[in-house]
Design a protein around this ligand. Structure first.
Ligand SMILES: Nc1ncnc2c1ncn2[C@@H]1O[C@H](COP(=O)(O)OP(=O)(O)O)[C@@H](O)[C@H]1O
Ligand SMILES: [Mg+2]
Length: 248
C-alpha cells in the first residue's frame, strides 16, 4: 500500500453556479483516521464523491491507494468501501438480503460472505433485526446497515459520509468502537461529520472546509491549542463563523 491512501492535488469542482470545492490539496496517510468537517454546503460530500470516482473534478488530480481515480477507476473500486450520505438500501428487502446482494456484487464466496455478514451485523447491533424488511427500520438502523454494506468486502480504504447522523448515543458508540477497531487493523478511514465531539475523539487529524476551501488541517489537539480554545467545536466556530447555512 502506498504511503498515502488519499492524495488530492489542487482539486476544483464547479457546478453550474457554484464552486463546491476550491483548490483543495490534501494528503491522508495509509492507516489514518481522517475527518473532514464543515458547515452545510461546505463541499464535504462533493469531496468524498470525487475521491470515490462518483464525480469528476473540474480540474486537479485525485489518487486513492496510489491509483489515479479517473484513469484507474477499477483498481480504486476494489480498494474502497463507501457509505454515502444518502442511505442507499433496498426497502423491500430484509437486512440480510441487502447485505447478500452487495456481497454478491463483490463476488464474495459463500463462506466469506456469511462470516462477514454475521460479524458486521453483530458489530452494528443489527443481528436481531436482520430478517426484517428495511422499510421497517429506523433512520439510525438504516445508517448502520449502510455502514455494513460499505464494509462487506473488507475494503482497505473506507469513506463514510456522515455515518452517525441521527443516531442515538448507543448506536454512535458502536460505530465509534468499530471505526477504532478498523483503524487498529490498519484501514484508512475518511469520515465526514457535523459532530465535533466525534471528530475530537476519533480522528488522528481533521480538515475544516468552508465554501469549498480547506481552511485548516491538523490533529484536533493541535488545533485546540493553536487557537487557545477548549474544544474542537470552538475551533470550528472560530474558523467558520456563526452564520447559519442552508442544508443541501
Ligand atoms: N449536483 C450538484 N449540482 C449543483 N450544485 C451542487 C451539486 N452537488 C452539490 N452542489 C452544491 O455544492 C456545494 C457543496 O455541496 P456538498 O458537497 O453537498 O456540501 P456538504 O456535503 O459539505 O454539505 C453546495 O453549494 C451545493 O449546493
Ligand atoms: Mg454532505
Amino acid at each position: 500500500m502506498d504511503k498515502f491512501a488519499i492524495v488530492m492535488e489542487d482539486v476544483v469542482k464547479n457546478f453550474e453556479d457554484v464552486t463546491a470545492v476550491n483548490h483543495v490539496s490534501l494528503h491522508v496517510a495509509s492507516g489514518e483516521l481522517f475527518g473532514l468537517l464543515g458547515p452545510n454546503g461546505a463541499g464535504k460530500t462533493t469531496t468524498v464523491n470525487m475521491l470515490c470516482g462518483l464525480l469528476k473534478p473540474t480540474s486537479g488530480s485525485v489518487f486513492v491507494g496510489g491509483y489515479d481515480v479517473q484513469k484507474e477507476n477499477v483498481k480504486v473500486k476494489e480498494l474502497i468501501g463507501v457509505c454515502p450520505q444518502e442511505t442507499a438500501t433496498y426497502p423491500y428487502l430484509t437486512g440480510i438480503e441487502n447485505i447478500e446482494l452487495f456481497g454478491n456484487l463483490y463476488t464474495l464466496d459463500r463462506k466469506t460472505l456469511s462470516a462477514r455478514r454475521d460479524m458486521l451485523l453483530e458489530k452494528m447491533g443489527l443481528a436481531q433485526d436482520a430478517k426484517r424488511k428495511v422499510e421497517k427500520y429506523s433512520g439510525g438502523m438504516k445508517r448502520r446497515l449502510s455502514i455494513i454494506l460499505a464494509l462487506i468486502h473488507n475494503p482497505q480504504i473506507i469513506f463514510l459520509d456522515e455515518p452517525t447522523i441521527g443516531m442515538d448515543p448507543q448506536s454512535r458508540r458502536a460505530v465509534w468502537d468499530f471505526m477504532q477497531e478498523l483503524k487498529r487493523e490498519g484501514k484508512t478511514i475518511f469520515l465526514t461529520t457535523h459532530y465535533m465531539e466525534e471528530a475530537e475523539i476519533l480522528c488522528d487529524r481533521v480538515g475544516i472546509i468552508d465554501y469549498g476551501k480547506l481552511i485548516a488541517v491538523d490533529a484536533p489537539k493541535k488545533l485546540i491549542s493553536k487557537y487557545g480554545v477548549a474544544n474542537l467545536e470552538e475551533v470550528f466556530i472560530k474558523l467558520t463563523g456563526r452564520k447559519i447555512r442552508e442544508e443541501v
